[in-house]
Every structure is written in structure tokens, then in C-alpha cells.
Design a protein around this ligand. Structure first.
Ligand code: SAH
Length: 236
């Protein structure tokens, strides 16, 4: 269904190489997405060429932005229909990938799709700020990646408690990334983080994708994350 050459080219532009088998998995992922989208609302992007650029290549910017050690524990926070988590797992099946979302339906779809592609994922049906207080998940991940979930100060409060010290949040942002970063300065400091790097990519449709890499450098104080209502009412 997708033009595999298009995906290969757009990935290569990011420095990401895809094998024929991986291109085939991406094709099957596109099919699953479009088919299931007729049953539940997963995405507004349904044109194959757009799926390639806005879902697949865009997700792969995370892998382009930072090296991921073999077997790294990755959490896709607010994964929705599996972005960026599923493309990252196709690229790097060695990753221990957890997909987190508060909506069970989308997670069920994402898990079934991963399985159909021969990939292993963990799913976590939970709000991020609840998972962040759960000893089973707190300080458990090497990377938290997230697209289109929350403004950066809120996202940092969701994500930093879940990271190990030395782990990193890859926040996928667009044009106003630097502005958001400035607004999140206090939150990052309070939660034990530090800006490690900022990487910007131009996708094939001309849109800009910035990955803000925020490293956890010290333990997050135990009073964070706060309950969701407080986070929303009084972002750090
Ligand atoms: N990352 C996907 C989906 C973005 S939509 C993509 O870019 O395509 C935002 C998703 O985040 C929704 O599925 C929503 O259920 C989830 N979400 C928002 N706030 C959340 C929270 N606090 N905890 C868990 N999931 C959350």
C-alpha cells in the first residue's frame, strides 16, 4: 500500500537505513492502521504518502536524534495508534518497548498490530502521572518518547519521574519548540532534568520536527508527579 522507495528515501535522509523486511513491516503497519481506522478513530492521516512522511519518517526522527543502546527500555508516552513507538520498534526490535496510553482501545489495536508484525511490546493502560508514582514503573526507563501529548512543562512532569538517572526524554515538538523549552525551564530543573540536545529535522513535506532531548540528571522529588488535575491547573 505504501511506496516503499519513498519510505526508504525519507528514512535515509534521516540517516536511518531500512531493510526490505522492515519496509514490508511498515507496509503492513500502514494497512493495519487504515483498516482499523474505519472501525475506530485512530488518525486523520490516511493517504499512504502522508502516512509515510507524517507517521513513519516522523517517528524515526527519534532514532536519528540519539543513539539507543541494545535492549534499552523505551516508553512511548501517549502512544495513541502507536506513534512513535511502533516505527521505532520495527527499526529496533531489540528495544524493550512499552506503549502507554490512558485509552484502552488504541492500546489494544497497537498491541495486536505489533504482534501481527512479529514484534514484542508491553502495553500499559494507565495515565502517565499515575504510572510515575507506581514503584513498578518509576525510574524504570532509559528513554521516554512522546508526540502530541502535552505542553512541555506538563510532559516533563509526566516523563521525568519515569526515567532512570542518565535516561532521556525525547519530546517531539514542532515550530515553537524553543519557546516551549523556555517555558519549561523551571519544570525541568525542579524535576531533576537538564537539556542535553536539540535536534531539528525537515520532513519531506517541508514540515519541521524538533526533538528536545532532556536528560534526567538527578532523582525527581517524591512529590512529583502530582495528581493530573493539579498538573493541569498549575503546570510547573
Ligand atoms: N502519540 C500519538 C497520539 C497522540 S494523541 C501520535 O502522535 O499519533 C495523544 C494521546 O495521548 C491520546 O491517545 C491520549 O489518550 C494520550 N494521553 C494524553 N494524556 C495522557 C496521560 N496523562 N496519560 C496517558 N495517556 C495520555
Amino acid at each position: 500500500m505504501i511506496d516503499k522507495y519513498q519510505l526508504q528515501t525519507e528514512a535515509a535522509a534521516l540517516g536511518v537505513e531500512l531493510s526490505d523486511a522492515q519496509l514490508e513491516q511498515f507496509d503492513r503497519l500502514a494497512q493495519a492502521l487504515v483498516t482499523q481506522n474505519q472501525v475506530m478513530n485512530l488518525t486523520a492521516i490516511t493517504e499512504p504518502a502522508e502516512i509515510v512522511t507524517k507517521h513513519f519518517a516522523d517517528s524515526l526522527t527519534v532514532a536519528a536524534a540519539l543513539p539507543l543502546p541494545t535492549g534499552a527500555a523505551v516508553l512511548d508516552l501517549g502512544t495513541g495508534a502507536g506513534f512513535p513507538g511502533l516505527p521505532l520498534l520495527i527499526l529496533r526490535p531489540d528495544l524493550q518497548m512499552t506503549l502507554l496510553d490512558s485509552t484502552a482501545k488504541k492500546l489494544t489495536y497497537a498491541a495486536a498490530t505489533a504482534e501481527a508484525l512479529g514484534l514484542t511490546v508491553q502495553t500499559l493502560h494507565q495515565r502517565a502521572e499515575v504510572a510515575g508514582r507506581d514503584p513498578a514503573y518509576r525510574a524504570d526507563f532509559d528513554l521516554v518518547c512522546s508526540r502530541a501529548v502535552a505542553a512541555l512543562p506538563v510532559l516533563c512532569e509526566y516523563a521525568l519521574p519515569l526515567l532512570r538517572i542518565g535516561g532521556c526524554l525525547a519530546a517531539m515538538k514542532s515550530v515553537r519548540a524553543e519557546e516551549e523549552l523556555a517555558q519549561a525551564a523551571a519544570a525541568i530543573r525542579i524535576l531533576g532534568g537538564k537539556v542535553r540536545d536539540i535536534k531539528t529535522y525537515t520532513l519531506a513535506d517541508g514540515s519541521s520536527r524538533t526533538i528536545l532531548l532532556i536528560e534526567k540528571t538527578s532523582q525527581t522529588p517524591t512529590n512529583y508527579p502530582r495528581p493530573g488535575t493539579q498538573i493541569a491547573k498549575k503546570p510547573l
